[in-house]
Design a protein around this ligand. Structure first.
Ligand SMILES: [Fe+2]
Length: 291
């Protein structure tokens, strides 16, 4: 008993030293206060370690709880003012409209906005959460992989494009952009009117369901216009690919013939993980609201 308690107290002392280093490195407002609380706590832990006869379960619980309280405070202080970096799979939420349902009238009616936001977009959020729970949260059922990937693509693109869409609109709209956006539109498309005509024609060209998109292409450092027919053909809008594998036949057929599986298995031997990490590092610099 005493040996395991001693080990436990040693662990607490070690944890205290790590916590001290973390607090000292962090630029948090209540640094001094936290260090002083940690001092007192470490003093109590050391005392318990030295005076074996004074140990009681109650005292051990007290130092344990005090340690957890300090840990919680460090965590809170580090994240104060900063947003969470991620949300768990299956936990997407419908973003609230940034204006009233009737704010875009007479151009878009209140009835449309209520249905579009509360019913349609909520449906994408629910569908995406369900697909993510199946794909990332459970034992993978390979027979259903195509089904859930299709669901993720459809609902994921729907959720992410609608999230952009709501914030792309405002009741206080200016007639045209200004500043760097206008300058870039003029230099890339020739003029504001050319861009507007191209975007309008793109929207009108969509057969049935889809989107017109103004996009930034980091591969040529230019703006562009594209339609997304439907929005989900097994891809999710507004994501940044990090690692890609070409499974078109031209990528393997001359060597592997019909054995696509062997090509895919062997491909894992040539992945440049440094490059993938580099892309992740750059991609993580893009910060949007999490929904
Ligand atoms: Fe929609």
């Amino acid at each position: 008993m005493d040996r395991s308690v001693n080990e436990y107290l040693d662990n607490l002392i070690q944890w205290g030293n790590q916590a001290r280093a973390t607090i000292e490195k962090s630029e948090i407002e209540n640094q001094e206060q936290l260090l002083s609380q940690l001092d007192n706590w470490q003093h109590d832990v050391n005392q318990l370690k030295q005076m074996q006869q004074l140990r009681s379960a109650e005292k051990l619980t007290t130092v344990h709880n005090e340690g957890e309280r300090i840990l919680y405070q460090i965590h809170q202080s580090q994240h104060k003012g900063s947003k969470e970096d991620s949300i768990d799979y299956g936990q997407h939420k419908l973003p609230p409209l940034p204006y009233a349902y009737n704010a875009l009238e007479p151009y878009i009616s209140e009835e449309i906005m209520r249905l579009h936001h509360d019913v349609h977009h909520q449906g994408y959020v629910d569908g995406l959460n369900k697909a993510e729970k199946e794909l990332y949260g459970k034992k993978l059922n390979k027979d259903l992989i195509k089904y859930w990937l299709r669901e993720q693509a459809f609902h994921g693109s729907g959720h992410q494009l609608h999230t952009i869409f709501w914030f792309n609109m405002t009741p206080d709209a200016a007639k045209r952009p200004s500043g760097i956006l206008l300058q870039t539109i003029e230099s890339d498309f020739g003029s504001w009117h050319r861009f507007k005509a191209l975007f309008t024609a793109t929207a009108n060209s969509v057969e049935g369901d889809g989107w017109a998109i103004l996009f930034w292409n980091p591969r040529n450092g230019k703006l562009g216009v594209q339609s997304f027919e439907k929005h989900q053909l097994f891809q999710i809008a507004d994501i940044i690919p990090l690692l890609v594998l070409d499974v078109w036949e031209h990528a393997y057929y001359l060597q592997y013939k019909t054995d696509k599986k062997a090509y895919v298995d062997n491909w894992w031997n040539v992945v440049n993980w440094k490059d993938v990490a580099n892309r992740l590092n750059k991609a993580m610099k893009v910060k949007w609201e999490l929904y």
